[in-house]
Design a protein around this ligand. Structure first.
Ligand code: KG4
Length: 351
């Protein structure tokens, strides 16, 4: 079964054709980073206007490079949430129109489910049936959470950030260091040759006795990155000069280390709490070299297999949307044909 996937939840305009959930026949992405860089973050109106301008050509590109036509695809999958409402609407309207015009099924997909599914999108990935229950670490610019996956569509969030997402922490950290946008890849590059132990930045939620815990997840399985960001800001303000050279590398390496450590620490704690057969990491931050190394060491230490997605599928893309849609079809679940986008869609809504 060949599915055309569309993704426009934030600042990537993407279309892809995926066969039987795993074989990526094409994965066309227009990244709007250059358009948003001058503002230091994503500007929703600029994002939606660029989706309008670029989506038709990106769809054509996806069809052409897969050697497919509108007639040869079997269904259309689209992200209908969560994300920026004005951005989601562009991909969603295009998908709905195509589905009606071509008389093909429309499958609404949760963006986070797409990320979680992306670790299965290589031909040598283990079958879904052998890896559950799986602990999924979802780390992107807008979200950081740990999801206990008992099967496809059976998700329980067991930990989450209570403030910034890990990608957001890297983006804001890079802004404080005046390194540019997006922060994750720039911090990683700047950190090369830096000492990750030079500064001990906080890992979040360490002091148990401070403040009343009002969140529904266990405190020690949650993340907090706002203190880390403040700590970096204070560190930089206390210097009587702009950090450059080795000093800048050390700061970037120590900051990156704190983010990667905080994430890995919570995953390790969850290992002791839940019976799992494997764990995975997906989303833009899963591209991070240090995080990948730490998770790989954890896998080696504990013997719990780790699934990571191919780098081309870590950041937002439409192949993961088409792949996740196929899983619904494969398992004979009711397909969701949404009437509208849902910017606040939860994982539990897409089961
Ligand atoms: O998943 P994604 O493309 O978009 C969202 O759905 O949010 O993730 C974007 C995030 C940004 O915060 C970006 O700084 C981060 O992923 N990122 C990285 C790396 N590449 C992208 N973070 C750490 N290291 C990287 N190499």
């Amino acid at each position: 079964m060949k599915i055309l996937g569309l993704e426009s939840s934030c600042d990537e305009t993407a279309a892809a054709i995926v066969e039987d959930g795993r074989k990526v026949l094409s994965n066309a992405i227009y990244s709007q980073i250059a358009k948003h860089r001058p503002y230091g973050g994503v500007v929703p109106e600029i994002a939606s206007r660029n989706h309008v301008a670029k989506l038709p050509a990106i769809i054509e590109d996806a069809l052409e490079s897969a050697g497919e036509t509108y007639d040869s695809i079997d269904a259309i999958a689209v992200t209908y949430g969560p994300g920026l409402a004005s951005s989601l609407l562009i991909g969603f309207s295009a998908a709905k129109t195509l589905a009606q015009r071509l008389n093909k099924p429309l499958i609404g997909v949760n963006h986070h489910e797409g990320h979680l599914h992306s670790v299965f999108m290589k031909e040598d990935a283990p079958s879904e049936d052998t890896v559950f229950p799986m602990l999924g670490l979802l780390v992107s610019g807008g979200d950081s959470s740990m999801v206990l996956m008992r099967g496809v569509g059976q998700y329980e969030i067991i930990g989450s950030t209570i403030d910034d997402a890990s990608g957001e922490a890297l983006d804001k950290g890079a802004a404080i260091l005046k390194l540019g946008y997006p922060g994750g890849p720039i911090i990683q590059k700047t950190a090369e040759g830096g000492d990750p132990k030079a500064i001990r930045f906080p890992r979040g939620l360490d002091s148990v006795d401070r403040g009343k815990w009002v969140y529904k997840y266990d405190r020690d399985l949650c993340f907090s990155f706002s203190g880390l960001k403040t700590s970096l800001l204070t560190h930089v303000k206390n210097l009587d000069h702009e950090p450059v050279g080795q000093e800048l590398k050390d700061i970037a390496a120590s900051y990156q280390e704190a983010v990667a450590d905080a994430l890995t620490q919570r995953v390790e704690r969850a290992f002791g709490r839940f019976e799992i057969k494997s764990f995975s990491c997906a989303g833009g931050v899963s591209l991070n070299k240090v995080l990948r190394e730490k998770l790989t060491s954890l896998s080696e230490k504990t013997g719990v297999p780790l699934l990571l997605c191919p780098p081309s599928l870590c950041t937002d893309n439409a192949a993961m949307i088409a792949g996740a849609a196929y899983e619904k079809v494969r398992l004979g679940k009711d397909l969701i044909e949404p009437n509208d986008v849902n910017p606040n869609l939860r994982l539990a809504d897409w089961v």
